[in-house]
Design a protein around this ligand. Structure first.
Ligand SMILES: [Zn+2]
Length: 429
């Protein structure tokens, strides 16, 4: 982008609400037009962030995301619409943002962010925004930002709660005199145990929440670019939407932090998938996106077969354990033969409402302790348990086996596989 020194009359008109603010003015607007911001993730947070930054006239906006748009994104990812389903998010986003403001250059980085590319990716940007949804990328972005001295505007969301702060160990902490700001590792020195923190795909998220947190991130970004006000360095704000509660916590830099501390041991990016014990891209969510896009694009075709299952009706490579499991096809055959057995759905009531199999009894796995009495006396009867995709029903099965139930099996693949193979077109969630 050529350096902007003067605004055209069209630009003066477009940005006049900024220009009239003494804190922004012509100098500030020119600064924004010459600024470069990288938003990592074009999802729930990345959408409002990039929309507001483009509208504000931030001259170069990089977007890094490897995903394509799927129908379940539209509940919160406000850059996209029906017409962008199946398209690369960065491409669909660029089109919308260019339409919003042709002054802005959108740089499309269709890639995962990892230790190999992160330094080159962020090097030329002034401010980095973390709008990702996974721990390996967060640690990766954090370390690279510390190493290259870039402010990292961090946000995260889950269910009804979100948080935001700015990590910048190279800048003063305005809330602690004489100290510098903390980094993500100062707040979370260790990643959570793999599988202990559910993702938004597993736990859900209220659609407006990324709009709230993302716009706060955009606001912090504009402040940093303009040197305006007091940045959220050393200050973490959480928002609990159900209670309308904002809370603020002071964060301090840890002098022993391995990346921003006084004697750093991490001086270049490491293997973050190994460090966190989880992959950057969750294979299950990739498969879900692919299936969603396929259903949206060719509903008739995807329902008329081509499910990609093996001869037993299981996903290829599925490690079926006949001691504990039964396939949906075998369960269907039992039902068709009129066999008597206890069919338990161990999900939560809200999941049952989304989709269920007729004739099942709902006993959430969480309630197994209180409700086992209902099953006493049936230790010699046959049981089949299912959940969404097979993990909770396996827990249920193993627990009941320990309690003396002899003939109990978990339905492999859960109701998601049932709705693919036995009840094709049934809801996937
Ligand atoms: Zn640190």
């Amino acid at each position: 982008m050529p350096i902007v020194t003067q605004l055209s009359s069209d630009q003066i008109n477009r940005y006049k609400r900024h220009l009239i603010l003494p804190e922004v003015g012509m100098d500030g607007q020119t600064k924004l037009l010459n600024s470069k911001v990288l938003c990592i993730g074009a999802g729930g947070l990345g959408c409002p962030i990039s929309l507001y930054l483009a509208a504000a006239g931030v001259g170069t906006i990089g977007l890094a995301d490897v995903d394509v748009v799927s129908p379940s994104n539209l509940q919160r990812q406000v850059l996209f619409g029906i017409s962008s389903i199946g398209e690369d998010k960065v491409k669909a986003a660029a089109r919308r943002l260019k339409d919003l403001n042709p002054d802005v250059k959108i740089v499309e980085h269709k890639t995962v962010v990892n230790s190999e590319n992160v330094l080159d990716l962020i090097r030329d940007y002034d401010v980095i925004i973390d709008g990702t949804d996974n721990f390996p990328t967060r640690y990766c972005v954090n370390d690279a930002c510390v190493i290259l001295k870039k402010p990292n505007v961090y946000g995260s969301i889950f269910r009804f709660e979100g948080m935001i702060t700015v990590f910048a160990p190279h800048l003063p902490n305005p809330h602690r005199e004489g100290e510098r700001g903390p980094c993500y590792r100062c707040m979370y020195p260790e990643p959570p145990d793999p599988g202990s923190v559910p993702s938004c795909a597993e736990g859900g998220v209220v659609g407006v929440l990324p709009g709230i947190i993302g716009t706060l991130q955009a606001n912090e970004t504009i402040k940093l670019l303009l040197g305006l006000g007091t940045p959220a360095i050393g200050k973490l704000t959480t928002f609990a939407s159900k209670d309308f509660e904002f809370r603020t916590f002071k964060l301090r830099r840890d002098p022993n932090c391995p990346v921003c501390g006084d004697h750093p041991t991490i001086t270049k990016p490491i293997d973050y998938e190994e460090f966190c014990g989880v992959p950057i891209l969750d294979p299950a969510s990739l498969a879900e996106t692919e299936a969603e896009v396929k259903r949206a694009k060719e509903p008739a075709k995807s329902q008329a077969g081509g499910t990609g299952l093996d001869e037993k009706g299981l996903p290829p490579g599925y490690r079926f354990d006949p001691n504990f499991e039964i396939s949906p096809r075998e369960v269907k055959a039992m039902l068709d033969r009129g066999e008597k057995f206890n069919f338990i759905d161990c999900r939560l009531p809200n999941e049952y409402q989304i989709t269920h199999i007729d004739g099942t009894t709902l006993i959430p796995v969480q309630e197994i302790g209180q409700r086992i009495g209902e099953l006493r006396g049936k230790e010699n009867e046959r049981f089949v348990v299912h959940c969404k995709s097979g993990a909770r029903s396996m827990t249920f099965t193993k627990t009941l086996k320990q309690q003396g139930f002899k003939d109990i099996r978990s339905m492999a693949g859960g109701i998601m596989l049932w709705n693919k193979d036995i009840n094709p077109g049934g809801p996937q969630y």
